[in-house]
Design a protein around this ligand. Structure first.
Ligand code: PXP
Length: 242
């Protein structure tokens, strides 16, 4: 099976710093460690409320990355202007609600699609690949294709919260197969850990995983290098066995 890319989401390092509104730990310092440990890319989400990653982090991360940078952001005028200035390899457009603890669901593609398709055109013109964070749902995959996205990232939250529930995994498999058959690159992420990543990593159509909270949590005890290597090993083992 082909190599599956692992992008590490380093927002959670900024969450620790913001708890004190201090100056440590510095997210950009994680970039080289993650890359040395086998990350294929670095992901960060600049939220409109700046609750974790700050604008200065985004600049520092973009400069530090030697693999690729996946900027997660809401589809707003402010964020689009930032992406055009920074020119990351990829933008993942996500829904954002201030009251949520994390990104709790995929984009609502039935509404506000004009804004999304305009954003995709603008990003493509700048040379940026666009991925849409969606629920593993056939209609959402088809709409993403119609909107002109290069990729979809399937929200794995429902699976991660009940990994024994076969239907959540079936929905991911079904959406991944459909996405690939429509010519979309298929990514996945949210709530994945070394313990539950196997069945998702072994879906052949899924090219890329974005994983954050678990890696940073695990890093507290074993260090970031080991935490990334453990995750990489769990993904590789699952893909070899599939
Ligand atoms: N992908 C997207 C689009 C996300 O918004 C998040 C959460 O920031 C993740 C992946 C990573 O999720 P987690 O931190 O649960 O691994």
């Amino acid at each position: 099976m082909t190599h599956q890319r692992l992008y590490i989401n380093i927002d959670h390092i900024a969450t620790v710093r913001q708890a004190r509104r201090g100056d440590e730990p510095v997210p950009a310092q994680a970039v080289a460690i993650c890359e040395r440990a086998g990350a294929d890319g670095i992901t960060a989400h600049l939220r409109e409320d700046r609750r974790h990653i700050q604008d200065s982090d985004i600049d520092a991360i973009a400069s530090a990355v030697t693999t690729v940078f996946n900027l997660e952001m809401a589809c707003t005028a402010e964020m689009l202007a930032l992406a055009e200035r920074l020119r990351p390899h990829q933008v993942t457009l996500v829904p954002e609600r201030r009251e949520e603890v994390t990104t709790e669901g995929g984009l609502a593609l039935a509404s506000a699609t004009r804004g999304l398709s305009d954003a995709i055109v603008r990003l493509r013109r700048t040379g940026i690949r666009t991925s849409l964070f969606i629920d593993p749902d056939r209609d959402a995959v088809t709409r993403s294709r119609e909107l002109g996205a290069d990729a979809v990232e399937l929200h794995t939250g429902r699976y991660a919260h009940a990994p024994g529930a076969g239907h959540a995994l079936d929905a991911l498999r079904d959406a991944a197969t459909l996405g690939a058959s429509l010519g979309l690159a298929v990514h996945a992420g949210h709530g994945l850990t070394t313990g539950n990543v196997g069945p998702v990593a072994s879906i052949p159509e899924i090219e890329e995983l974005n994983i954050g909270h678990h890696v940073i949590s695990r890093a507290i005890f074993v260090g970031l290098d080991t935490a990334v290597r453990e995750l990489r090993a769990a993904m590789d083992a699952a893909r070899r066995a599939a």
